[in-house]
Structures are given as C-alpha cells and as structure tokens.
Design a protein around this ligand. Structure first.
Ligand SMILES: O=C(O)/C=C/C(=O)CC(=O)C(=O)O
Ligand SMILES: [Mg+2]
Length: 221
C-alpha cells in the first residue's frame, strides 16, 4: 500500500501508550489490574487525521476501537517531576485501534504487541485547544459505532494520573516535543467492520469521525 512519507514525520517522534489504566477495561478483558503502568509504543506512521479511513489490516479478523485522551508533549524533558508535569501537556482526542486477534496471539506466545498496535491507520487523532480542557482528570470520553453507543467513561477513573505517567515514563525515556502519550481506554472496547463509522469525542468539546475500510493490497503492474 502507498502512504505519504511526509506524514511519518509530522507529529513528533514517538507515541507512548499506557495500557490497562481503567479498572473496568481490565475487567472486561479479564486482565489483572496493574500495580505499575503498562507501557508500549506505536510508530508515528500509524497516525491518520479526519478525512482518511481507518483500514483493517490484511489478515486481521478483529480490530477493536479504544477511545483515549492523548497528551501532546510540548517540550523536551527527562525525569520530569510530577509537580512540573502539567507544564508539558497539550491534548488530542485519539483512538488506539488494536488488532485484538493479533494481540491475543502475541500474548499467548509472550511476544510484543507491536504489530497489533502499530499497523498503518491505527492511531486516528484530532487536535484540541488546551483551554477547552480545564481539568483533564474530569472529562467524559465517548465512542459510538454507527450511532450506537459503545464506550462511555470518565478520566476520573484513570488508575495512574497524567503527572504520575509523565514522571514514570520520563524517568526512563526522554519525552520530546511533539511526542504523544495515550492514556488508556475505558470499558466498552469492541470490533469494527468495513462500512462502519466510528464517531468519538470528549464531552461536547471535540469529536471526530472515521469510516472503516478493508485494507486493499496495492496492485502494481
Ligand atoms: O492486555 C490486553 O489484553 C489488552 C490491553 C490493551 O490493549 C491495553 C490498552 O491499549 C488500553 O488499556 O488502552
Ligand atoms: Mg489503548
């Protein structure tokens, strides 16, 4: 398939993701509640913006939606103290699209989730004016598939707060301007199929829509 190479560099250098950060989501996937953050990475080639379709990768039988609050890191920092962490944040609305069958297979073999989390189009995003989110720990995340409500959660329920996560991650890897931190999804994750439309948002502050398509192999002659 062909992608615009410029996109690979548009948005920062890395996407750092937090998994299992909501107790209700841990329960629905029958995962233990973590005692420290579960961290994984997505490549920046996963980004798409509204106007582009989310594509189910060839060979995957179950792509799940996960609506999440994304934190855009506004300046470089290592060992960022919790008391300083909120000086480093801006916000985006994000989807952590997940090839669940690939993830389950990787988990059963003790292998990393990179393919399941990092396929092209697996990170739809939409920017948010920082001022519209006075308290990121008190917003409602929602997601509908074809106008049917699937996810509704509040960031009050995050197990690890944004300052805790920024401190935890930056003590190991430098956070760089433009990096994105995905803060985890609340319960209600589930599969999407070609022809579906995902509509998600944060309260009535921001919303975004992405149609779902099947990835088609590019045919070259
Ligand atoms: O451990 C699992 O079965 C699945 C974990 C996730 O996909 C974690 C997340 O991405 C999340 O909680 O947002
Ligand atoms: Mg997630």
């Amino acid at each position: 398939h062909s992608r615009d190479i410029k996109r690979f560099w548009e948005w920062g250098r890395k996407i750092v993701c937090v998994g299992r950060n909501y107790i209700d989501h841990c329960a629905e996937l029958k995962n233990p509640v973590p005692s420290s953050p579960l961290i994984f990475l997505k490549p920046t080639s996963a980004y798409i913006r509204e106007g582009e379709p989310m594509k189910i990768p060839t060979g995957c039988d179950s792509v799940h939606h996960e609506v999440e609050l994304g934190i855009v890191i506004s300046k470089n920092g290592s060992d960022i103290q919790q008391s300083q962490a909120m000086d480093y944040v801006g916000y985006v609305l994000a989807l952590d699209m997940t090839a669940r069958d690939w993830q389950d297979k990787a988990k059963s073999k003790g292998q990393p989730w990179s393919m399941a989390k990092g396929f092209d189009t697996s990170c739809p995003i939409s920017g948010i004016e920082k001022e519209t989110i006075p308290d990121p720990h008190n917003i409602n995340l929602w997601l509908n598939v074809n106008d049917e409500s699937k996810q509704q959660g509040t960031t009050k329920d995050m197990i690890f707060t944004i300052p805790f996560l920024i401190n935890y991650i930056s003590s190991v890897m430098q956070l760089e301007e433009g990096d994105l931190l995905l803060t985890g999804t609340p319960k209600g994750v589930g599969p999407v199929r070609p022809g579906d439309v995902i509509h998600c948002g944060i309260d009535s502050v921001v919303s975004m829509k992405f149609p779902v398509e099947e990835e088609k192999e590019s045919i070259t002659s």
